[in-house]
Design a protein around this ligand. Structure first.
Ligand code: MLT
Length: 330
């Protein structure tokens, strides 16, 4: 059989192609035999990156190979997510994505260069994180003070974000609406540089995930204004909920997920999914995620099929939300 395939291959102009079906099971069996790249479609130091690096340490232990994190930010996560969709589906390139890259983006772009539902293999939901509205130091200590500032400076508020369709963009749109600010959205390659510029006073405010706001708000380098969820966070007990701050409709939390490119062999997908799930069961990681207010889904809700179902529900939900809000696709 092997001989016939090889002889047949010799007669074809594309030579080695018929070897692929023979090579695949062997590849799956020996996987992983070299480092596995975990791609992050945003700049280093942002929420996706922080979660990726914590996960990568545990994945490396359970898979027996190093798991370097590769950051490729730009265009609200599209640049890096497209690259992941085109990566060789051999289990050596996987990536993190979230509610923006894998659900909301189709609602904001006319021709997104990937399809979140068909170009990826969902691996594992890795956690949900609330968003927090925060202002540059000295601008406002509360939402009420920010509203006063907006009233005195109509149309002047700048909101830093990680680009159209990113979650800091989605959170920013919602916040802008609930405080009626008509803000200018200022895009960056990730939430880390966006947050940094807000801390430095280059931009006025940001809506970012708790992962990265908590340490800065504690350190006093940013003024947290409201948590976009019904309960206060024990990590920031003095920061009011959205309802307490007078903006009850400011409610947004971000789900994050791990993906492989479509076509990755089934046995590798199963091993990767289990490795992510095991990482989330790790006591030290779960402690670190809890410090950042990342809620880890129970095992039954974090696997490949639950993440696929979540995306199948979320893509049309964001299409509808954007349509109802009159958002014009770019
Ligand atoms: C986003 O705003 O979509 C992400 O949180 C950006 C990031 O992880 O840097």
């Amino acid at each position: 059989m092997k001989r016939r395939t090889l002889l047949g291959a010799a007669a074809l102009p594309l030579g080695p192609l018929p070897l692929v079906p023979l090579a695949r099971p062997a590849l799956a069996q020996s996987w992983p035999s070299r480092p596995i790249t975990l791609s992050v479609p945003f700049a280093a130091g942002g929420p996706t990156d922080v979660m990726a690096r914590l996960l990568a340490q545990r994945l490396a232990v359970s898979l027996g190979q190093s798991v370097p994190v590769e950051n490729l930010g730009g265009a609200g996560g599209i640049v890096g997510t497209e690259k992941l969709s085109r990566a060789r589906p051999d289990g050596y390139t996987i990536g993190l994505g979230h509610m923006g890259t894998h659900a909301a983006n189709p609602a904001f772009y006319k021709s997104l260069p990937y399809n979140p539902l068909t170009d990826f293999e969902p691996l594992c939901s890795v956690g949900t994180n609330p968003m927090i509205a925060a202002a540059r130091p000295g601008l406002a200590k509360t939402v009420a003070e920010l509203r006063d500032w907006v009233a005195k400076n109509p149309g002047q508020l700048t909101l830093a974000n990680a680009g159209t369709g990113s979650v800091s963009f989605l959170g920013g749109l919602l916040f802008d609406r609930v405080i009626s600010a008509r803000s200018t959205m200022v895009p960056y390659r990730g939430a880390a540089p966006a947050l940094q510029d807000t801390m430095n006073g280059v931009t006025d405010a940001i809506v970012d995930q708790a992962v990265t706001v908590i340490p800065q708000a504690r350190g006093g380098t940013i003024q947290a204004l409201a948590v976009a969820m019904p309960q206060r966070l024990p990590q920031l007990p003095d920061v009011p909920t959205a309802a307490e701050a007078g903006i009850p409709d400011f409610s947004i939390a971000v789900w994050n997920g791990a993906y492989a490119p479509k076509g990755t062999p089934e046995p590798i997908l199963a091993k990767l999914a289990e490795a992510f799930s095991a990482a989330l069961d790790d006591e030290a990681l779960s402690k670190q995620f809890t410090e950042y207010a990342v809620l880890i889904p129970p095992r039954a809700e974090r696997g490949r099929e639950p993440l696929r179902r979540l995306m199948q529900a979320e893509v049309p939900r964001w299409e509808k939300l954007a349509r109802d809000a009159g958002v014009e696709k770019q």
